[in-house]
Design a protein around this ligand. Structure first.
Ligand code: IPM
Ligand code: MG
Length: 356
């Protein structure tokens, strides 16, 4: 197979982890006889510095004509001024919107050998395997917002806005995915308070009853879900929720596995290239030191192979290689629980060795 992959290393540790992801994709191409063509483009804070915008036109154009996009991370203290004209995050949000990536898949899966890395009790996190579907192009992130003068100073508003179609398409995608898993879907909302959540509940309940009668379906309020994620995470299979709830819950969920450094994500639309990224941020305090954990990015590459290129065997090969490396005891600092650790490049080397 021939495929073009756009690399968007971004800021902070982004370039270091994307370099390892690229090496893994190259090794997969070699081993399985594919041809992957790579091109690298700016996004985020460095793009603001060089081009005055977090998502230069050329970067967006390259993404649009690619088969898949691998992103590192955007942001850092250098671009955190609240008065700045634009922020690195704006580049990521624009990319999601422009590529129509309405579904953000975030698997929260514990590894048997890494249970100690979790701040939660081992017996609680063993065998957790949750797949979050976070809505990604609607809600508070994209609804009408603004500021106006107020007698006390200013007044600001952000609006959570969803229509039937925006809800239906991600619910269908989540329910489809649950068919090859435990056949359970949980909707997370705040329907006891928010009108927009009542629409989510109405649309989701109807779709699940009419189109997916064989899938078990339940509903949990978002505040309760925040508790359940740390008290009984094993009870969930596929979870679907709106943009901001999903943002918060998936960061919380990542702690079940112990390290943000282990978690990949895929952002998909109904057609066109998908966007793959580690869910950790740019980690500016460790940037450039060569100690970042590349496994989330490498696992994101597995998702890229699976979801955008349809290469299931290749995806499994990468995931198996990562599992082996962990079984062999290799750890970067973030998952070493204070024990011996190796660097980013070395970790990449071990994955490559196991892939071969
Ligand atoms: C994420 C991040 C982004 C988000 C930021 C960087 C805009 O937190 O992907 O979860 O809020 O969506
Ligand atoms: Mg987030």
């Amino acid at each position: 197979m021939k495929a073009s992959v756009v690399l968007l290393p971004g800021d902070g540790i982004g370039p270091e982890v994307v370099a390892e992801g690229k090496r893994v994709l190259e090794a997969v191409a070699e081993k399985f006889g594919h041809q992957f063509e790579f091109s690298t483009h700016p996004i985020g804070g460095n793009a603001i510095d060089d081009f005055g915008t977090a998502l230069p036109d050329d970067s967006l154009a390259a993404c649009k004509t690619s088969d898949a996009v691998l992103l590192g991370a955007v942001g850092g203290p250098k671009w955190d001024d609240p008065k700045a004209k634009t922020r690195p995050e704006a580049g990521l949000l624009a990319l999601r919107k422009e590529l129509g990536l309405f579904a953000n898949l975030r698997p929260i899966k514990t590894h048997a050998k890494l249970l100690d890395a979790s701040p939660l009790k081992t017996e609680l996190v063993r065998d957790v395997d949750i797949l979050f579907f976070r809505e990604l192009t609607g809600g508070l992130y994209f609804g009408p917002s603004g500021r106006k003068p107020h007698s006390s100073g200013e007044e600001a508003f952000s609006t959570m806005l969803y229509n039937t179609e925006e809800i239906a398409r991600i619910v269908r995608m989540a329910a489809e995915a649950s068919k090859t898993r435990q056949k359970r879907v949980t909707l997370v909302d705040k329907a006891n308070v928010l009108e927009v959540s009542r629409l989510w509940r109405q649309v989701t309940t109807q779709i699940m009853a009419e189109e997916f009668p064989e899938i078990a379906f339940d509903v949990v309020l978002v505040d309760a879900m925040a508790m359940y994620l740390v008290s009984r995470p094993r009870d969930f299979d596929v979870v679907v929720t709106e943009n901001m709830f999903g943002d918060i819950l998936t960061d919380e969920g990542s702690m079940i596995t112990g390290s943000l450094g282990m978690l990949p994500s895929a952002s998909l639309g109904s057609s066109g290239p998908g966007l793959y990224e580690p869910i950790h941020g740019s980690a500016p305090t460790i940037a450039g030191k060569g100690i970042a954990n590349p496994l989330a990015t490498i696992l994101a590459c597995a998702m890229l192979l699976r979801h955008s290129l349809g290469l299931e065997n290749e995806a499994v090969a990468v995931e198996t290689a990562v599992n082996r490396v962990l079984d062999q005891g290799y750890r970067t600092a973030d998952i070493s629980s204070g024990g011996p650790s190796i660097g980013t490049r070395e970790m990449g080397d071990h994955v490559l060795k196991n892939l071969a």
